[in-house]
Design a protein around this ligand. Structure first.
Ligand SMILES: Cc1ncc(COP(=O)(O)O)c(C=O)c1O
Length: 305
């Protein structure tokens, strides 16, 4: 692997040293003994020790120094009390989304959530009655199935179609067949995990039209959106049409992009006022919109620096 440090993507500006530095992706970091899920649970999950733990999506690269520095600076203060989001928090997130993904979001559309899988669980509880159903499109990130099932909601499957060249597409004919009036939510992986599919605008427009017509709320999980590689361009679901904006909740986070999954800092973007009232009201009542101390610090450092 080429890691000479001269490629622009390997460079960052260190505000403390006031100079440009290179990331070193060759450092081998021993994470054992740090409570890392993917190492500590390896034997329990697979009954073997001699495995490379590729089963959890956090990286063995160092978390960027500007995030570590921001957290360290906070730890120099002797009191670790309750926290609020800084005043410019949502504008910072909105600017990131607009600059990177050309989706203009209003700050009032946004809320903190404590993780995306937890967010899916909350949506299931708030929007899907016990006799209603959730649609997923396998193969897909397994909590999309386990979270509704764990909450005793029926899961409806609309498998992706795999083509001879290894590409995938959504099966709209099958979606029409499997969907009934009890289907309340569709969980979209955008980009799609696994297979690394960056959904195109046309597919997302078609999905939005289908879901709007069938009164289905789309949860668009966009956690991997910053990592569209090889010329691919992420298209935020809610940005493709007014229909899409009005029938969706989008989840995002800095956790994958900056390797801070353990910090647990995520957001939801909800353009529709009615959906927002219901969802944000539930979050507020249960204080699920209250960030823990380190979430805004790490997130602001990531997005600003
Ligand atoms: C598609 C997808 N969504 C969500 C998550 C997890 O997000 P969180 O840690 O915020 O629950 C992952 C982690 O691998 C993922 O791949």
């Amino acid at each position: 692997m080429e890691t000479c440090g001269l490629e622009t993507s390997n460079l960052y500006f260190d505000t403390q040293l006031n100079m440009t530095m290179a990331y070193d992706f060759d450092i081998i970091i021993d994470r054992r003994g740090t409570g890392s899920v993917k190492y500590e649970m390896l034997t329990e999950m697979f009954r073997r020790e001699d495995l490379i733990p590729l089963w959890v999506a956090d990286m063995d690269f160092e978390t960027p120094p500007f995030i570590m520095d921001a957290l360290r600076r906070r730890l120099e203060h002797p009191v670790l009390g309750y926290t609020v989001l800084p005043a410019d928090y949502w504008q910072t997130v909105a600017t990131w989304i607009e600059e990177h993904h050309q989706w203009k979001v209003k700050t009032k559309w946004m809320t903190y959530i404590p993780g995306i899988v937890k967010g899916i669980g909350m949506v299931v509880n708030v929007f899907v009655a016990p006799d209603e159903k959730v649609i997923i499109q396998p193969p897909v990130y397994h909590p999309f199935r386990l979270t509704p099932l764990g909450n005793h909601r029926e899961v409806v499957y609309n498998p992706l179609v795999e083509h001879e060249d290894g590409s995938y597409s959504m099966d709209f004919d099958n979606l029409e067949r499997v969907c009934d009036e009890k289907c309340r939510v569709l969980i979209l992986s955008n980009p799609h995990n696994p297979a690394g599919i960056v959904w195109d605008r046309e597919t997302l427009v078609r999905l939005a039209t289908f879901c709007a017509e069938h009164h289905i709320l789309v949860v668009s999980d966009e956690i991997h959106c910053d990592m569209a590689l090889f010329g691919n361009k992420h298209v935020p679901f809610a940005s493709v049409s007014e229909e899409a904006a009005q029938c969706s909740i989008t989840f995002g986070a800095p956790s994958k992009t900056f390797n801070i999954a353990g910090v647990v800092s995520s957001w939801a973007v909800v353009p529709n006022a009615e959906i927002r009232k219901k969802f944000f009201g539930w979050l507020e009542a249960n204080e699920q919109n209250a960030p823990h101390l380190f979430a805004p610090i790490a997130t602001m450092a990531a997005l600003k620096e």
